[in-house]
Design a protein around this ligand. Sequence first.
Ligand code: SF4
Length: 342
Amino acid sequence: MFLTMKENVVIIGGGIAGMEAARQLLLLGYNPIVVEQKEQLGGHVGKWHRLFPDMSSAQDLVRRMEEDISEANIFLETKVNSINRLREGYQVMLSNGVNIACRAILIASGFKLFDATRKEEYGYGVYDHVITNADLEAWFNGNADPRIPHAPESVGFVHCVGSRDLKAGNSQCSKVCCMTAVKQAIEIKERFPSARVWCFYMDLRLFGKKYEDFYIGAQQDYAVQFVRGRISEVSEALGGQIQVKAEDTLTGKPLRVRLDLLVLMSGMSCNPEMTRLARMARLDIDSDGFLKSLDNIRSINESNRPGIFFAGACTGTKTVPETLAEARAAALDIHRYLQKGL
Ligand code: SF4
């Protein structure tokens, strides 16, 4: 099978960045071809339950986005095998045998959730009642999880797991996990109003519209307790509870709590697929390990290669609205590039 060169734009990654860019490119009259490794579109957002600060349904968002791109060519469970430069544009070879000639490629390969087993001190994969933010979202979405008690009376959230952590090889802030912790704490309180809920944080990064209100509401309306301090020890107590020792750095006092559930806020890390694509297309990698934009002010969607563009978390940690805005900007950049006939 050979798809023609006219108007094709290959989009690598079928998460929300790739989907939003595909929608815009369809509206602009192009033929977006979305290549996704997984068996479904939506990426991480497709597995999430509700989105802050509106508490809107992530599944609904992805469903609507899928409907919007129903006319696009979409290849699921498909990898890019190679990207070769042509005299004008590129030839992209897919693992399903399809070859696509195009003048523009959008990389929207997203991020990988930090593997919490690498932070051994928190006991993920070792203790029965330690889970990650992603595990909790799956449970909110109705997937059974034996690690989550039927009626937890005490739940803790640990911020910055694998982010802002030089030992873990990632000094970047993941941007979304403070708010995810606040959101998940509220969702836990909605389901189990009598549960005591703690958030253990180093700094709270609540920079977006309505984020601060959301955080204040978590304290005032849901009695979520925020403790500034690093956890020094996690262990399993008798009866399977999780014992957490921390120092409250605001009061200077040590703290010891027993929890029925400990949730680790795993951050965003580089997607290994992104590194593979960078090698294939000779793209620059930035000092943080993510793909390197031409610059970080005005050309964040542009790469060092002509006709190859970026959108979303392949260039760094992003919120959902930032990702969608960047995808729209990337579609416009691609349109401008193709109109110039370069
Ligand atoms: S958003 Fe919050 S929890 Fe996430 S890395 Fe940044 S400071 Fe840590």
